[in-house]
Design a protein. Structure first.
Length: 148
């Protein structure tokens, strides 16, 4: 699925605190907040509306999505076990004046639609601005439905 789309997954991120990065409850797969990891394992840092443009923020959201897919694959083995994305919470490290948080998180949502299709790759979503740990550009958490 990933290689057919010409996508490269970064290394699966390790927990940066006391929490589970992935948790299965019934047929739902919960993914803890995931940052924008580059393929070399480093993080994309900065404030959207400050030292990062909207397009750079959108790219960071896409990278967070690729890191999340890597995390899922490392923990459940196969992305084909995913039926659909259910819920996304996208957090954008932005200046107080920046107001286009949903446009930034579109980088993540467009990737999920590319990977899981236009129906199953799009779920409900919130996108908000805030200060994020370590100065990362975005952090995204999600809930997926697993196939029976």
């Amino acid at each position: 699925m990933i290689s057919e789309l010409g996508l490269e997954l970064p290394p699966a991120p390790k927990p940066m605190g006391v929490y589970k990065p992935v948790l299965i409850c019934g047929n739902l797969l919960y993914i803890s907040g995931t940052g924008p990891f580059k393929n070399d394992g480093s993080l994309i840092k900065g404030k959207v509306g400050g030292n990062l443009t909207l397009e750079e923020g959108k790219f960071a959201a896409r990278q967070a999505g690729l890191a999340m897919l890597s995390l899922i694959k490392a923990n459940i083995g196969d992305l084909n076990r995913i039926r659909r994305i259910v819920k996304t919470l996208g957090m954008v490290n932005s200046t107080p004046e920046f107001e286009q948080h949903p446009a930034v998180i579109n980088g993540f949502s467009e990737l999920m639609a590319e990977v899981f299709g236009p129906d199953n790759g799009i779920g409900v979503r919130s996108a908000v601005g805030m200060f994020l740990p370590s100065g990362i550009a975005v952090e995204i958490e999600a809930v997926f439905e697993l196939k029976s």
